[in-house]
Design a protein around this ligand. Structure first.
Ligand SMILES: C[S@@+](CC[C@H](N)C(=O)[O-])C[C@H]1O[C@@H](n2cnc3c(N)ncnc32)[C@H](O)[C@@H]1O
Length: 249
């Protein structure tokens, strides 16, 4: 078992694969778009499971790294220099079974616009997996650091295009806001869960400890992540949603 953060990040991807129709081992032939796929860590593993993978990212360096990673792993992925605003210029409408957008909405100019782009490139009944950073966790970190004013500034901040990242840092969500966002673009949330509910709080001696200690921590995460009370404390929030209809807002 590798580092805990990586294990749990990959778990969130395989959860989306299973919901989207891959087999128990995550294998299949889904058309997957990794929007903001970065250096391709997930994309390469997805391709290794048999899926057809396209990475769209605005960073030429990240795309070059993902191409190198794919070559070294002996798999094929398609890298496209683009972003959430110009997806339609690069990929055909209704051409993907699954869009993965993990750790990206924090940085885009307008999350609603990104959701609209994802909707357009998904086939009807296709799946969207979004993971974002939690506002509760961000506030707890500020409080723990003695920055009470900074925590207060986040209480009512809306994670939409009005978010002031110059003063607030990257955008942060509550689960209810994330679910509302996807529902507003024709998606039905099917899974809402925490990612790293407790993992960021454990001492590094355990997080980097024996395989048994790390396996136990992963088991704890799996046990609590879909319980709202526990998931409210997690560092990351994930929603897996199905495209049901055209946008209503
Ligand atoms: C924190 S990384 C996440 C990478 C990967 N998805 C993961 O989960 O490890 C954020 C990525 O989003 C990309 N990004 C930033 N703005 C974007 C936008 N407007 N559209 C698409 N991707 C964007 C960045 O280039 C970067 O690769």
């Amino acid at each position: 078992m590798g580092p805990i953060r990586g294990v749990l990040a990959w778990q969130s991807v395989t959860d989306a694969l299973l919901v989207a129709g891959a087999d128990r081992d995550g294998r299949g032939e889904l058309a997957v778009l990794d929007l903001g796929g970065g250096t391709g860590a997930d994309a390469v593993r997805l391709a290794g499971l048999g899926h057809r993978v396209v990475v769209v990212d605005p960073s030429p360096d990240a795309l070059a790294a993902s191409a190198r990673r794919a070559t070294e792993s002996g798999v094929q992925i398609q890298g496209i220099l683009g972003d959430a605003t110009d997806l339609a210029e690069h990929v055909a409408p209704a051409s993907f079974d699954l869009v993965i957008c993990h750790g990206v909405l924090e940085f885009v100019a307008d999350p609603a616009q990104a959701l609209e782009s994802a909707r357009t490139v998904l086939r009807p009944g296709g799946w969207l997996s979004i993971m974002v950073a939690s506002r509760v966790a961000a506030m707890a970190a500020r409080v723990a650091a003695g920055d009470i004013a900074g925590a207060r500034a986040l209480v009512d901040a809306m994670p939409d295009a009005t978010w002031d990242s110059a003063s607030l840092g990257p955008r942060r969500w509550l689960q209810v806001e994330l679910d509302r966002l996807v529902a507003g673009h024709g998606f039905s949330p099917v899974v809402s869960q925490g990612v790293r509910v407790f993992a960021d709080s454990v001492p590094s001696a355990i997080a980097e400890g024996t395989p048994r200690e790390r396996a136990e921590l992963v088991e704890l995460e799996l046990q609590v992540r879909r319980n709202k009370e526990f998931a409210g404390h997690s560092a990351g929030l994930q929603t897996i949603a199905r495209l049901e209809s055209v946008a209503t807002t």
